[in-house]
Write a protein that binds this ligand. Sequence first.
Ligand code: PRX
Length: 659
Amino acid sequence: MSEAGHANGKITSVLSEQRVFLPPPDFQKKAHVSSLDAYSKLRAHAADSETYWAAEARERLSWFQDFDQVLKWQAPFAQWFVGGKINASYNCLDRHVEAGRGDKTALIWEGEPGETRRYTYSQLLEEVCRCAQAIKQLDITKGDRVTIYMPLIPEMLIAVLACARIGAPHSVVFGGFSAEALASRNNDAQAKLMITADGGYRRGNIVPLKENVDAALPHSPSVKNVLVVKRSGHIDRSTWHQERDHDWHEMLAAQEPFCPAEPLDSEHPLFILYTSGSTGKPKGILHTTAGYLLGATSSFHYIFDHREEDIFWCTADLGWITGHTYVAYGPLANGATVLMYEGAPNAPDPSRFWKIIERHKVSILYTAPTAIRAFIKWGDEHIDGHDLSSLRLLGSVGEPINPEAWTWYHSKIGGGRCPIVDTWWQTETGSIMISPLPGATPTIPGTATRPFFGIDVDVVDKHGVSVPDNTGGFLVIKKPWPSMLRNIYGDPERYEHTYWSHIPGMYFTGDGARRDSHGNFWIMGRIDDVLNVAGHRLSTMEIESALVSHPAVAEAAVVGKPDEIKGESICCFVTLEAKTQPSELLKQELRQHVAEQIGALARPDEVRFSDSLPKTRSGKIMRRLLRDIAAQRSSVGDMTTLEDFGVLERLRAEDEENA
Ligand code: PRX
């Protein structure tokens, strides 16, 4: 493989990346879409997007009642498949069992300590039915919100599908969030029930989920009941709140093994998922049933080129959108076999992923660049000797993948024979928007390549005018699509403002991008005050609010700093209250304080004390300057070129002007 572009062992320029990898002929032969020509034809056909999506909806989903209107668009509010009745849990389970595939393995699960469990589609359906009955008994009816705060164990997937079955929108909160963050999400959603576990495993430690729930609930009065799975066994049941806490295992065992799936309107809310925006308060992204499910199902079929015999492993936690769409809904609606692993990639040692792939013959691996960069750092010796020949396709998601990581992934993990799909999308888009089709699209390390069928993506200037090829601009989506978010839960004004006001008539992604002369999209990164730390979205303002809630802090500004493994790390500039002395101890205390307010994933990497913060005449903090200061002292890795930084700064300035 060419070493062109390497300088001092590092790839220094993304823009000069030119190596083209064609789909391997063996892969191509059997692929659903097997040439660029076929992709282009299908894409042209899908340009009439309503006709296209209507046909897809009837082909890929099972309906209790057909829809009579494809799209009702009262900008910026969309309703898809109006008049239809459908159920996501039915589509993920019952229909496969009814079609005689009940004995197919739906789920292979591995716990961090090493145990394995398998569920066939029939078994998963039975558990989901029992759970659905149990939560009904806990007073949950159609429309009531349920918070799920669990480790990545089969019961988490069961809980998600049980909520979908009875039409109770789930709000999954990632197990790494703190009690404070949990309480504020419970309150925003006005959740009535929580489903949790006593604890989960992470690098051999127990994540104290039940303790966090106990600390959160005095501050979230809407929650009346808690259903608790026994996983870690580290807490004594005598500490339970007898009126409020219920034993999952006892309750499920007492239920009937079948509970019919509720026919729901297409637009019935399926879930709320909180994500960070550029202001302090997390946004409850609302997705509804039919459109979301179609985006998940259709993209999984084409982009992962799903085949009956595949073992599909998406390494994301169900606490993130990637887990919702490509651990749960997308694969299961396609009748796939899903692998789920509870723990960390380096538990008990850095070979864990490769052991899992070898043991379970995983054929498709979908993971994040931050993980790939960590594997590179840990060393090839942890991979050598493991049989990875079952792999046929690799995927990447969550952040731009640097060419060095791409080519390593391709050769070391994929043995040079597996195509890579670099998939661009967001919590808000619900499913993949830009990606290669593995049997059709020539790939170049660093680009997510082309838009998916029926998705109208563009790069524009601040007036909404398309920019010429190879010019940086704002990434927008110009037409509504089925799996788009419908609203920010309880805050339609913020929805309109955040996504539809920057460039009127277009969905504003918050990302900067450029398109090359072949029609490939190169994503540059966020132009707003959102950080992408190890593939997790964090708001600088949210971290700033957490910092200033500490009595020692007068003012704080948070910026991202390039990081070779995590993509970005969190760098905080803090001015202290008069009479408070800066110290190393205080730095540690502030880092811990942020972790307690938000969660360990938001723990700052660096805290710097400063007498004052640079401000404009109108009093706005000059983040651009702080980003420069933060970046200067770090060895800027191979994540993004300096040219990209320049473009992003220009776009940020333009966006501020517009706001
Ligand atoms: O900046 C983009 C980046 O992740 C953001 C979305 O984050 P989230 O809603 O947490 O969803 C992550 C998983 C879908 C985007 O605005 N991003 C996601 N995928 C890519 C990416 N950046 C570059 N390339 C990608 N493939």
